[in-house]
Design a protein around this ligand. Structure first.
Ligand SMILES: NC(=O)c1ccc[n+]([C@@H]2O[C@H](COP(=O)([O-])OP(=O)(O)OC[C@H]3O[C@@H](n4cnc5c(N)ncnc54)[C@H](O)[C@@H]3O)[C@@H](O)[C@H]2O)c1
Length: 260
């Protein structure tokens, strides 16, 4: 098991789902964790689940807002110490066809998923650079960065943007020994508190997961632990697909020719 004792880990969108799973895994590995989310009740629940809140700190914040993100990072550092690991996770995935989509719907996804990742990474990176002790930054993209689906033009575009942003940031921070990597989860089962997906969508998608089941927040969290660990010292600017093999192709297809 990887040990993060005395490490400070900051996670956005950590009140539920994958973000909470990541915060919980780092906490279990000994880290001090800062959880940011724009839903106060979710943060209260999350804090209670983390051994009653020891070594954990929550802050109501909105990743779309520069001041809110800056305040979160500053408050986390004051409470827990300098940030070693930042995970830009908060994201939303509503659906709308391009023909029907309002500008507001487009902007909300872009502001949360892309601007939010930029603001979170920028604020954390500035602190890491000022401290001069390196660091680890992880963005949560999605298999949607390279695999489109109807109704998700804004989402897919935002995640493709997250991946390219991650690569460029990795280049810019390499000489400061700050690793920057993306995780691209496939389908992950989360409580439908903010982002709900239909049963029909899940059943259809599961047929294209060679591993035979959707992912869990713990599956994604273990990838985050690896990327934040010394094992990933030379890994930067990459996209780690954690999806049970669903990005390999079309697993639901039969053999195209008879055998022999
Ligand atoms: N669940 C999946 O199948 C899946 C697959 C691929 C990628 N992802 C990505 O993983 C990330 C987490 O998704 P999830 O499935 O855990 O969702 P979730 O809805 O379970 O959790 C997202 C959390 O982010 C918070 N949040 C949303 N907007 C925010 C904002 N503006 N500021 C602060 N907090 C905000 C929500 O309150 C919520 O607690 C997202 O970036 C999503 O795109 C999810």
């Amino acid at each position: 098991m990887l040990d993060f004792t005395d490490r400070v880990v900051l996670v956005t969108g950590a009140g539920a789902g994958i973000g909470f799973g990541i915060a919980r895994a780092f906490h279990a590995a000994g880290a001090r964790v800062a959880l940011g989310d724009f839903r106060a009740p979710a943060l209260a629940r999350a804090l209670a689940e983390l051994a009653g809140g020891a070594r954990a700190f929550t802050h109501v914040m909105d990743v779309r807002d520069e001041k809110s993100v800056g305040d979160f990072v500053a408050a986390a550092e004051q409470e827990l110490g300098p940030v070693d690991v930042a995970v830009a996770n908060a994201g939303i995935y509503p659906n709308a066809a391009v023909l029907d989509m309002t500008v507001e719907e487009w902007d909300r996804v872009m502001e949360t998923n892309l601007r939010g990742v930029f603001l979170t990474c920028q604020a954390a990176a500035r602190r890491m650079v000022a401290r001069g002790a390196g660091g680890k930054i992880i963005t949560i993209a999605s298999g949607a960065y390279q695999s489109g689906r109807r109704g998700a033009s804004h989402y897919c575009a935002s995640k493709a943007g997250v991946v390219m942003f991650t690569k460029v940031l990795a280049m810019e921070l390499a000489d400061r020994h700050i690793n920057v990597n993306a995780i691209a989860p496939g389908l992950v089962t989360v409580d439908p508190e903010v982002n709900a997906v239909s049963g029909e969508y899940v059943q259809t998608l599961v047929k294209n997961i060679p591993w035979g089941r959707p992912g869990t927040p713990d599956d994604i969290a273990r990838a985050a632990l690896y990327l934040a660990s010394p094992l990933a010292e030379y890994v930067t600017g990459t996209v780690l697909q954690v999806d049970g093999g669903s990005s390999t192709g079309r697993t639901y297809l039969p053999f195209s020719t008879p055998r022999g």
